[in-house]
Design a protein around this ligand. Structure first.
Ligand code: S3P
Length: 425
């Protein structure tokens, strides 16, 4: 493929969830521009509506209006979070400070994901939880009077960190957390600082003090770097041309993949860096490149956790053997991504192994061919969709529509890389 495109990617998923939830906690009406309208974003909006928040319909290109309330209303039915772990975990945090019972559930994938890592510390703060099974949704939270907490997280996880901080916001109590590995994404911290909350980060402990107040705002959501990564990957695998992606969020806790790509020999440059609502934003300019293998260290993983599917398909086209270390968290994402990445890479003819917490991918030149099992995982669907753009590829993805969880119109965007009016590869 020859790339010739100048595109925007949909709004950032993490920032959209947080903007919706914080707007839902403000007395008055907030306006959110550029928000993501995917299935996951709809899950947060739907649950907020059940909690008495008015959220206008989510439609691409339209601002979302959110009329929030400082105290949520007791829901009349089960809160269904669909496929969205971020909705479930962040809302469990906020609900922990509300004096009523609420039951959260999700689809089969979300019900398999661990929730005790979130509810254990929230229980220490004073909320009560009832699980239907050993771990995972459905779970009933009965919130109430919370106390502050100082807590060492078992894993570096923005969902976990944000759940505790949101409980602190809703209850007006301090929260101190320490992440064991590298820093996870810090969008919650950045947004809360804009509301006057003190959040210190001494490189070890993150300290939240309930000094601010959530008020209605007008927000702009940058493009999602995790969605951009797939189009970047497709452009890198192309045979010529150039891609510009406009308005991509470039928060350093999200751009670990660009640093890894630079080591792999990829030509991605940033232009027009500016600030949007406390987040760095810029354009990415991408040209095809001959990729070489690299070693991705444990400390880098939180900063590129959602990009490992894409990086591993790129590694399958690179010269040499790429190793991703300490990627055990991939086992508890929307699917067991560690196992699925290895088995799908082998299914299309690449060399890949998942051993313990390590993923190893052997690069090669043969056109990929085979059938890919997504298990409904959007990032598996998109990563192998990208691999399918390689010249001569015959990659069949069993559920391409899974992309809609985070990237509506992903397949149209992938086709648009060839430029207006261009046909297939
Ligand atoms: C997210 C955090 C990450 C990421 C997920 C979104 C967030 O999960 O994988 O897609 O918005 O906080 P963890 O924090 O559990 O690693």
């Amino acid at each position: 493929m020859i790339v010739d495109a100048d595109l925007r990617v949909p709004g950032d998923k993490s920032i959209t969830h947080r903007a919706l939830i914080l707007a839902g906690m403000a007395r008055g009406t907030s306006r959110i521009g550029g928000a993501l309208t995917s299935f996951d974003a709809r899950s947060t909006a739907r649950v907020l509506r059940q909690l008495g928040v008015e959220v206008s319909p989510l439609a691409a290109g339209r601002d979302i209006l959110v009329r929030g309330r400082p105290r949520f209303r007791r829901p009349g039915a089960i809160l269904h979070c669909g496929n969205s772990g971020t909705s479930a975990r962040l809302l469990l945090g906020a609900l922990s400070a509300h004096p009523f019972s609420a039951t959260l559930t999700g689809d089969a994938s979300l019900r398999r994901r661990p929730m005790r890592r979130v509810t254990d510390p929230l229980a220490l703060m004073g909320a009560r939880f009832t699980f239907a099974g050993r771990d995972g949704l459905p779970v009933t939270v009965r919130g109430g009077h919370l106390t502050g907490i100082r807590y060492e997280l078992p894993v570096s996880s923005a969902q976990l960190k944000s759940a505790l901080i949101l409980a602190g916001v809703a209850a007006g109590v301090p929260v101190e957390v320490r992440e064991p590995g590298g820093r996870s994404r810090d969008h919650t911290e950045r947004m809360l600082r804009a509301f006057g909350y003190e959040i210190e980060d001494d490189g070890e402990w993150i300290r939240f003090a309930p000094t601010g107040r959530i008020v209605p705002v007008a927000n702009e959501v940058p493009g999602d770097p995790s969605s951009a990564a797939f189009l970047v990957g497709a452009a890198l695998l192309a045979e010529g041309g150039v891609l510009r992606l406009r308005g991509v969020g470039l928060n350093p806790t999200r751009t670990g993949f660009l640093r890894v790509l630079a080591r792999m020999g990829a030509a991605v440059t940033v232009e027009g860096l500016h600030d949007v609502g406390g987040e760095p934003v810029g354009d990415l300019i991408v040209r095809p490149a001959e990729l070489v293998a690299t070693d991705v260290a444990a400390g880098e993983i939180p900063g590129l956790i959602d990009e490992i599917p894409l990086l591993s398909v790129l590694a399958s086209r690179a010269d040499g053997t790429t190793v991703f270390r300490e990627v055990g968290e991939l086992r508890v994402k929307e699917s067991d991504r560690l196992a699925l990445l290895a088995s799908n890479l082998r299914a299309v003819g690449a060399g890949a192994e998942a051993h313990g917490n390590t993923l190893t991918v052997v690069g090669g030149r043969r056109p990929p061919a085979g059938r890919v099992v997504t298990a409904g995982d959007h990032r598996i669907a998109m990563a192998f969709g990208v691999l399918g753009t390689v010249r001569g590829a015959r990659v069949r993805v069993d559920d391409p529509a899974a992309a809609g969880v985070s990237f509506p119109n992903f397949h149209e965007s992938l086709r648009a890389l060839r430029g207006p009016g261009k046909g297939r590869k």
